[in-house]
Design a protein around this ligand. Structure first.
Ligand code: SF4
Ligand code: SF4
Length: 382
């Protein structure tokens, strides 16, 4: 299948600049805004956690506003939803600035806690997903990911952002159920396929990526570092949008299993050659020094068969840092393996590296950058 992805220069979150870039990206992607007339539209930003927009962890509120205003020109039936890792949606909306935009535009906020099973028989392995009910009655889903590096999936973009259809802590439970990064990526593709083919009422998709400022290093949470990229990317195919994002930040797509494994599927593109990039010149926009996560989990093809002892020798493990840790215990709450416990009179929680499955949910969640990666005893190199 051939698909089109638009790539447009956007130097800042200044309202006028952004709105022009977003409108151009939508037009070049082949999506017609008038199609939205009279339709029910879901806007699905990345609201990982309650955090200020300057940290580049969540979709920027100005980006959200630019898209929402264009949508509102066509329909008033617009709803916002996402499921932060374990924080309430209301607190994430408030801190990220997206709640204020949604309120000023009169957008409906969906209840992300009411769920319903979404079943797709054509999935490779994970056929049923308990997702937020609000997605079911939509005609169009506009997915608004942020371009970020990711400790487990290398890149988080359009495919990974759909993981937010699963409510709160159920996401962490999936990490426990599927700790292997390759298998986890297959799971994400089954979920993506379910959103394409599992709904009785078929949805149209538009994936609009906020790549004006991205997040590099130990993303996708506060341990990552904001990095200016200066782009808006849009398309109807989530994998294709992620391929263009990866190329833009000079990431090797072979390290991104949500991309490589998708090429074997019966839907979507089969290779990067199936993408026509419309708009600005990707070669001139490339960010050559965008830093990926340091974790080595993606280098192991046999992750699920590695014993805890071998993991401790050859794989980085998260450890808390005294002086930075405030003992908020968000890490303990999010840890699906029960590997983090409170220790009496200590200034940091105790991390049990043998129980740890290296999902890095703690690193993603810690609000104080108080978790760092420590190399395994037999790991070498940078
Ligand atoms: S390591 Fe981070 S998340 Fe965990 S208790 Fe300390 S500050 Fe909180
Ligand atoms: S300690 Fe951190 S990386 Fe390890 S299982 Fe718990 S949340 Fe995941």
């Amino acid at each position: 299948m051939h698909t089109r992805v638009s790539l447009v220069v956007c130097a800042s979150y200044d309202d006028d600049v952004l709105k022009e870039a977003v409108a151009k990206a939508i037009e070049l992607s082949g999506f017609t805004l008038s199609f939205l007339r009279g339709k029910r539209v879901i806007l699905k930003p990345n609201l990982l956690m309650p955090i200020a927009p300057e940290r580049a962890v969540t979709t920027h509120p100005a980006f959200f506003r630019a898209v929402a205003e264009l949508v509102l020109d066509e329909t008033n039936n617009v709803c916002v939803i996402d499921s932060p890792n374990f924080f309430a949606l209301s607190s994430a909306l408030k801190k990220t600035g997206i709640g204020e935009v949604a309120q000023s535009l009169g957008l409906e906020i969906a209840d992300n806690t009411i769920t319903r099973p979404l079943h797709w028989e054509g999935a490779c392995r994970y056929k049923t997903h308990e997702i937020s009910e609000a997605f079911f009655d939509a005609d169009v889903i506009i997915n608004l990911p942020k371009l970020k590096s990711h400790s487990l999936t290398y890149l988080t973009g359009a495919v990974k952002n759909l993981f937010g259809t699963i409510p709160g802590t159920k996401k962490a439970q999936m990490h426990m159920k599927v700790p292997d990064p390759v298998e986890f990526s297959e799971y994400l593709l089954d979920l993506y396929g379910a959103t394409l083919f599992g709904f009785e009422k078929k949805k149209e998709f538009l994936h609009m990526m906020d790549a004006v400022v991205g997040l590099e290093g130990e993303g996708p949470g506060p341990s990552g570092k904001p990095k200016k990229i200066g782009a808006v990317i849009a398309g109807a195919d989530a994998v294709a949008v992620d391929v263009v994002a990866a190329k833009l930040v000079n990431f090797d797509i072979n390290k991104i299993f949500t991309i490589t494994r998708s090429f074997r599927r019966s839907f979507g593109i089969n290779s990067p050659a199936d993408i026509s990039i419309k708009g600005d010149d990707i070669e001139k926009m490339k960010i050559a020094d965008f830093v990926p996560s340091k974790t080595s989990v993606l280098k192991s093809r046999f992750w699920s068969s590695i014993t805890p002892a071998l993991k401790n020798l050859f794989v980085e493990r998260p450890i808390p840092v005294e002086g930075k840790c405030t003992l908020c215990f968000y890490c303990r709450r999010v840890c699906p393996a029960g590997a983090i416990i409170e220790q009496k009179d200590a200034r940091v929680p105790a991390f049990n590296s043998s129980k740890c499955i290296r999902c890095f949910c703690c690193l993603e969640t810690c609000p104080n950058e108080a978790i760092v990666l420590k190399k395994g005893l037999l790991q070498w190199g940078k």
